[in-house]
Design a protein around this ligand. Sequence first.
Ligand SMILES: Cc1cc2nc3c(=O)[nH]c(=O)nc-3n(C[C@H](O)[C@H](O)[C@H](O)COP(=O)(O)O)c2cc1C
Length: 179
Amino acid sequence: MSSNILVLSGSPRKNGNTERLMSAFVDGATAVGKTVKTFCVAGLKIGGCRGCEYCFTHNGICVQTDDMSPILDELRKTDALVLASPVYYFSVTAQLKLAIDRFFALLEDGMPVKRAALLMTCGDDTDAAAASSIAMFRQIASYQKWDEAGIIVAPSLHNPGEIEGRAELEQAKRLGENI
Ligand SMILES: Cc1cc2nc3c(=O)[nH]c(=O)nc-3n(C[C@H](O)[C@H](O)[C@H](O)COP(=O)(O)O)c2cc1C
């Protein structure tokens, strides 16, 4: 079981369905005493990884000083990582992907993350729209040696608030309790 959890949400929409799914997860985790830190990365200034490898020779410090710096600091002390995003054109949002690419700074030194989960919402009426995001998540998890703690995809969502009363909220809460 994890005690320190980092949640990165890629939805740019405040009070949207992804944020609600994420908050159900956070409610479950905090109810059982876990420490959860949440960053809504779409509202932050996070540059794309430059591939310069400065971090490889500077103790995992990225050459860019931007809003990714506190997230990298959290990743250095996190047991469990949760990625949350709406499906945008069959992928996670570009804003979340920018943050994921910046994990590169911790590649040499590693990070203490042991398990990871994926929370997604999409407009299509099946979860097939999330297939490439799930594949990406699983490949990253395998590469980083993270256990898969859970994947929740909530389909058929368009307008904010539509997720209320849906089973996926209860699933996210239980995942938060058990991660
Ligand atoms: C730019 C954009 C692209 C989208 N692309 C897809 C898509 O490829 N497949 C899909 O099922 N839904 C797509 N959607 C719908 C959202 O994934 C869905 O409405 C989601 O629940 C929105 O989450 P939010 O309330 O957190 O903003 C897209 C929405 C936007 C704004």
